[in-house]
Design a binder for this molecule. Structure first.
Ligand SMILES: [Zn+2]
Length: 129
């Protein structure tokens, strides 16, 4: 949905590479704000930084990539945007660890069930240990 920002600010910063850029920051309503973790191409919520460097005046230069459609882009973002992305990355890591725990438990349960079946069928012998 197209939007009309109500106002914006422009700051000129010099990157570690020596390149000078203008950072235009638009002030949008909350509904318009989309986190850096959301892919603008496929709407995946798994966008992650693949390269980053601290830039002057509290900015960060990030290369972002979507693992779903391989969208790749580079940009300069302020500390609040990077903090929000880091929070989403932490949530994603917590979700993955939780899923890993559930899969590990399911696999262990299957292993134990197979071991019990083998014991009942006298397929486990002392020389197996
Ligand atoms: Zn994508």
């Amino acid at each position: 949905m197209p939007h009309q920002p109500e106002r914006h600010s422009i700051r000129r910063i010099v990157l570690p590479s020596g390149r000078s850029i203008e950072v235009v920051r638009f002030y949008l309503t909350d509904a318009d704000v989309q986190g850096l973790h959301i892919c603008p191409q496929c709407d995946s919520r798994l966008v992650q930084p693949v390269e980053w460097a601290q830039a002057p005046q509290g900015f960060w230069e990030l290369v972002l990539q979507c693992p779903n459609c391989f969208w790749l882009d580079e940009g300069v973002f302020d500390q609040d945007q990077v903090d929000a992305l880091e929070e989403k990355l932490d949530e994603g890591l917590a979700d993955m660890l939780s899923d890993l725990g559930r899969v590990t438990l399911a696999n262990m349960t299957e292993d134990i069930d197979r071991f019990v079946e083998a014991l009942h069928a006298d397929l486990i012998l002392p020389e197996d240990f």
